[in-house]
Structure formats: structure tokens, C-alpha cells
Design a protein around this ligand. Structure first.
Ligand SMILES: Cc1cc2nc3c(=O)[nH]c(=O)nc-3n(C[C@H](O)[C@H](O)[C@H](O)COP(=O)(O)OP(=O)(O)OC[C@H]3O[C@@H](n4cnc5c(N)ncnc54)[C@H](O)[C@@H]3O)c2cc1C
Length: 591
């Protein structure tokens, strides 16, 4: 496996790998990572679909990429996906998956047209004081000290950031900034999360810094991601004969490990199907792809009148990873990610509005008609003075194909599930859907005397407790996540957001697809480049422009920078006018 960039490799097709007809593939979990791996095996590995078998413990594919009408609760999305143009592997995948809606188009075409003609942006990124625009504008309000801290983090190598938390590398100046407000709510970072992961995010998305305050950086699918992404992949795979085995929980993958060569061969899959213990004996030609760990594992739903219960029992994905990890240190350290629920959980909720009362507040705050079918909130809006640090969003409507035309479906989440609300004197995790709606309406500016009636009659809200929602961001050291193909492994790969690949950022759909692509290309020895992570972190234009934006558009001459005088003399930057460096500084806004 090797990385590539540019059109030459992107448009080329790989030759059929040697011996692929001898191989069989077993994928554990039917989430995005497995579905993507299966498509890469068929498209790029030219493997026959009927040689691919996908085990899923649930009775539905898609994993975290969900969206369902759960009768009688109502519409449910546990999360929503912010996406961007430089999801290199993901778009490489979806260019080949036909759209279910647009004839002769791919899912990529459909997404591209949608976001081109209805581009995303937010007119109100944050509110305060019950529905007032917080007027955070495009300002990051970072002090010089805070900018230095960001720069220091950017320049520090991963080795030195092992097990460090964000609060260990930043001070109050940073935490008081709009930048941190935008950042933590947009990506779900807490101050106790991994500094290493935060650094990867800054590097990975440096080209989007200017688009963070108004979300022009983001793109969204037309519907929830189950309908827009999972269903087209499922059609592709079923048409090619891929086998799906639902209700099959894999208990362990037994690996033979040779010492001292450390050659590793998966030789048995143990699983249960409908309560019966089963096993599959493997040869070296049987490839096993494990999605280790899952942030929606053990998630639980409440309803409009019932809170979502907290389920702290480790589910199939964590126990499987633990059992595999016990066999060799190269298989990672799951406890780092699933061992501290108070620091990894959050509560989300899906709200369906039933009449026009709540939509009129949505329109007042966003300045847009939520029934127009176009971008409405344009990503989350954050309630800056909410005790739960609550954010909410209404994407383009309908968010479900079957949604009645007079209803809106929105998503709410809070970063602090253990604090009492401002209106509802309960923690978010203790609240029913109705109480979460009350808290939201209070912050939207609904008069207090109307809140209870509106929450009871104008919405149906389903709370969801996700004990491991933020497990991807738990502080970690190198080696805690297994490599996609561990050293010496002949037929065992790890895929998804708890497998390790260089430079990319977890909590993204791209990461699941990238690890899938890398694992498939390695185990099948596919001779085509995997697109490297978009290299804006090394692009001086992106770095200079990000600096300009982080400094709230200050020009170099407005800053006290004695080094400029030292470097260029009293005439300062004038001395380099007419050079490429000056032109670059001008193009990126710095002069
Ligand atoms: C709330 C939330 C917000 C998100 N926001 C974004 C975003 O803004 N942008 C973005 O790009 N991404 C976002 N993501 C991340 C993205 O959705 C996930 O990273 C991705 O969908 C994970 O896919 P996966 O296949 O790697 O893992 P999963 O979806 O977790 O799939 C694992 C599958 O394996 C199954 N399984 C587990 N154990 C076993 C077993 N032992 N036997 C059989 N089956 C098993 C599970 O049931 C599941 O179906 C978000 C996710 C959530 C939950």
C-alpha cells in the first residue's frame, strides 16, 4: 500500500491482484467501514461479491450512520455528519456508488450538485440570553498568548503529546475565546480530551479555519446518512451478491502468533447466531476485517415522556476488541477508550416539530424559512449560556424521505450531560424528550408561560444516551490503536475510527473509509495509490491564511513583530515587494 495524490492515480484503475480468486473475506460489523471495505474489494480488488460475508450483531446495517422511524417513538438520528470536500477516500468510494434518486448519477454527483447550488452557511452560529444572536461574527477572539499556544501545539510532534489532555496544553486565554466555543461544539471536544487528537484536527482542517465561524467549511447530505449513504451502498453490495448475516455477534477472532517472527494469522472466528455458538475455521486466504470499538455501542433511547437510560455494559464491539487485544500488544488498548463513561458520554435528542409554533422560532433565529427545503441552520447553532452547552440544528427538510411536509426533524446535543439545565432543573441525561424540548424552547426565547404547553403539544422528542459518543477523543498514546494491518499480520485487519492511520482525524466518516481502503489495499495487495490525507498542513498558503484568520484578520504591520525589522531592516516588508513572498502574504491577507 502506498499513498498518492493528484489526478493520475485518482483516475487510474488497478490491475486485478494476483490470487484474488483464492480469497474469501469476513467483515465484522456492517457499519460504514465494513461496507466501504466490501466495495473496495469488489471495485478495486475485483473480488466476487459472493466471496464477501458481513457479520452484524444488529438486524440492520449502517452502524453509527443511522436514521430511522422508530414506531411509536418517532424519527431518530443519534448524530448528524458534517462533511467536507477533502474526504479523499470517501469521495473516491462514492464516485462509484450510484445515486438512488438521480438517474445516471453517483452519490458523489448528487452530493456535489446539492452543495454547489445550495451551499452551506450559518447566519447565527451562537445565541445567548434566550434566543438573541450572540454576535460572535467571524471573530475568534484569540489573544496573542492563545495563538502562541495553538502554534506550539501545531509544531509539537505526536510522541510528545501522548496521553496529554487539551487542558494541559492550553490556558484560560484560549478557553475564553470564541475559537474554543466554535471548536468544541462543532467537533465535540471536551477540555479533558486528547491534545494529540486536537493537534491532528488543527492540521487536518487548517484549510477550513476561515470557514469555521459561519460553517461555510461544511457540506451535508440531502437526507439523514442512513438514507443518503447507507442505502445506496447496500444496493451496490446486494446486487453483487455480498452476504449479510444479521444477529451474528462475533465473540472472538483467534490469532496464531509465531514467535519470534511475530507472524500473525487469524485462524478462527467464534460467533453467536440466534443464541447458538458457531465458528468458522480460517486459512491464510481468508481475510478478516474487524471494526474494533464503536461509539454508538450501548446507546439507548428514551421517548417524549421517558429519559434515555444509561447502559454502562460493554457491548459486542468493545468485548470483541478486548478479547483480541489480550492476544498481542499490537492489537491495541481498548480500555483507553471505553474505560471512562463519565468522560466519553453525551446525550443527543431528535426533535420532530408537529405544528408551526416551533418553526417560527427557528425562522426568527436563523433568518431562513425552515420549510424551504434549503439550508436552514447550516450546521449546529450553539447556546452559549446553556448549562448543558446545548447545540441544535435543522438540516434541509425533509430530513427523512417519508417525513410529512408540515413537520421538521432536528437534532440537539449537549456537551455536559451531568449539569442541571437553566430552565429544567435536571441534568440532561435525567430528562425526558419533553423536558429537553422545554430547555431548548427556553433558550430559543419562547415566553416562559408558553414553554410547557408548546413542549407538550408541538413536538415529539426522543432522547438518546451515548455512553461512548466521545470515546474517539479519549487521551491516548501511540500504539493504543492497532495499525490497520498490524505488523506481521497475514490476514487480519482493523478498520474504523479505532484503527490507526497517519495524519487523519477520527470522529469522521472519512476515517472509517480511509482505514477500510488502506486495509483492503494492503491485504489484497492492490497496486494503486490510496489518496493521502489532504496535505494543507504543509501548504504555506493555507498556513498563512489560517494565521491571518486566527488573528481576526490583523495585518502583519498591526502586530508587534520585531523579527520582521530584524529580517528585513527598517523598511520592513516594503523591502520584499515584488517577490513571491510578498505576493503570498498579500494573497493570504497578511499585507
Ligand atoms: C453523534 C455522532 C456524530 C457524528 N458526527 C460526524 C460528523 O460530523 N462528521 C463525520 O464525518 N462523522 C461523524 N460521525 C462519525 C461517523 O458516523 C462514524 O465514525 C462512522 O459512521 C463509524 O463507522 P464504522 O463502520 O467505523 O463504525 P460503526 O458505525 O460503529 O459500526 C460498527 C458496526 O459493528 C457492529 N458490531 C460491533 N460489534 C460487533 C460484533 N462483535 N459482532 C458483530 N457486529 C458488531 C455494530 O453493530 C455496528 O453496526 C459521528 C458519529 C456520531 C455517533
Amino acid at each position: 500500500m502506498y499513498y498518492s495524490n493528484g489526478n493520475y492515480e485518482a483516475f487510474a484503475r488497478a490491475r486485478k491482484p494476483e490470487n484474488v480468486d483464492l480469497k474469501e473475506a469476513y467483515l465484522i460489523g456492517a457499519g460504514l467501514a465494513s461496507l466501504a471495505a466490501a466495495i473496495f474489494m469488489i471495485r478495486d480488488g475485483q473480488m466476487e461479491g459472493n466471496k464477501i460475508h458481513i457479520f452484524e450483531e444488529l438486524d440492520i446495517p449502517g452502524g453509527s450512520l443511522d436514521g430511522i422511524y422508530d414506531n411509536p417513538r418517532g424519527f431518530v438520528i443519534r448524530g448528524g455528519r458534517e462533511m467536507e470536500n477533502h474526504f479523499e477516500c470517501l469521495w473516491d468510494l462514492f464516485r462509484s456508488v450510484p445515486s438512488l434518486e438521480v438517474p445516471d448519477a453517483s452519490v458523489l454527483d448528487e452530493f456535489y450538485w446539492l452543495n454547489k447550488y445550495d451551499p452551506n452557511s450559518s447566519k447565527c452560529r451562537a445565541t445567548v440570553k434566550q434566543g438573541q444572536n450572540a454576535q460572535t461574527g467571524d471573530k475568534f477572539t484569540l489573544s496573542e498568548k492563545a495563538i502562541k499556544e495553538i502554534t506550539r501545539l501545531y509544531l509539537t510532534s505526536e510522541e510528545l503529546l501522548q496521553d496529554k489532555t487539551i487542558e494541559e496544553v492550553f490556558t484560560e486565554d484560549f478557553f475564553a475565546s470564541n475559537f474554543w466555543l466554535y471548536w468544541r461544539t462543532m467537533f465535540a471536544f471536551e477540555s479533558w480530551h486528547s491534545a494529540l487528537e486536537m493537534r491532528r484536527y488543527i492540521m487536518r482542517f487548517i484549510h477550513h479555519i476561515g470557514g469555521l465561524p459561519d460553517f461555510t467549511a461544511l457540506k451535508f447530505t440531502k437526507y439523514n446518512q442512513y438514507e443518503s449513504l447507507v442505502l445506496p451502498m447496500m444496493k451496490y453490495l446486494k446486487e453483487r451478491g455480498v452476504e449479510f448475516i444479521y444477529g451474528a455477534q462475533v465473540q472472538n477472532v483467534i490469532v496464531d502468533i509465531d514467535s519470534p517472527s511475530e507472524r500473525k494469522v487469524a485462524h478462527k472466528i467464534l460467533y453467536t447466531l440466534k443464541g447458538k455458538q458457531k465458528e468458522i475455521a480460517l486459512t491464510e486466504n481468508d481475510l478478516v476485517f474487524v471494526t474494533n470499538g464503536s461509539i454508538t455501542e450501548s446507546s439507548s433511547l428514551g421517548d417524549h415522556h421517558t429519559p434515555a437510560p444509561t447502559n454502562d455494559v460493554l457491548g459486542g464491539s468493545w468485548t470483541l476488541w478486548k478479547r483480541i487485544a489480550q492476544q498481542h500488544r499490537d492489537f491495541g488498548n481498548p480500555d483507553k477508550f471505553c474505560g471512562d463513561i463519565p468522560r466519553s458520554n453525551f446525550v443527543s435528542a431528535t426533535i420532530t416539530t408537529l405544528d408551526n409554533r416551533i418553526p417560527s422560532y427557528v425562522e426568527r433565529i436563523t433568518g431562513r424559512d425552515p420549510f424551504s427545503g434549503k439550508v436552514t441552520t447550516g450546521g449546529i447553532g450553539t447556546i452559549k449560556d446553556s448549562n448543558w452547552l446545548m447545540s441544535w440544528t435543522f438540516n434541509r427538510t425533509p430530513h427523512f424521505k417519508e417525513q410529512p411536509a408540515n413537520e421538521l426533524v432536528g437534532w440537539i446535543y449537549g456537551l455536559f450531560s451531568d449539569r442541571k439545565g437553566n430552565y429544567v432543573k435536571k441534568t440532561m441525561r435525567e430528562c425526558t424528550g419533553e423536558e429537553i424540548t422545554q430547555e431548548l424552547l427556553y433558550h430559543m426565547g419562547v415566553p416562559e408561560k408558553e414553554i410547557e404547553d408548546m413542549a407538550a403539544r408541538s413536538a415529539r422528542t426522543v432522547p438518546c444516551m451515548l455512553p461512548f459518543a466521545m470515546a474517539y477523543f479519549m487521551p491516548r498514546a501511540l500504539g493504543d490503536r492497532p495499525l490497520t494491518v498490524p505488523k506481521g499480520s497475514v490476514n487480519l485487519a482493523f478498520i474504523g475510527n479505532f484503527a490507526e492511520t497517519e495524519r487523519d482525524t477520527v470522529f469522521t466518516t472519512e476515517y472509517s473509509v480511509r482505514t477500510a481502503m488502506e486495509a483492503v489495499y494492503r491485504l489484497l495487495d492492490i497496486d494503486r495509490g490510496v489518496p493521502e490525507v489532504w496535505a494543507s498542513a504543509f501548504d504555506i498558503r493555507a498556513i498563512l491564511n489560517a494565521s491571518y484568520r486566527l488573528m481576526d484578520k490583523k495585518k502583519l504591520k498591526e502586530l508587534d513583530l520585531p523579527w520582521i525589522v530584524r529580517l528585513f531592516g527598517r523598511k520592513g516588508l516594503e523591502k520584499i515587494r515584488g517577490t513571491m513572498i510578498y505576493d503570498l502574504l498579500r494573497e493570504t491577507g497578511l499585507v
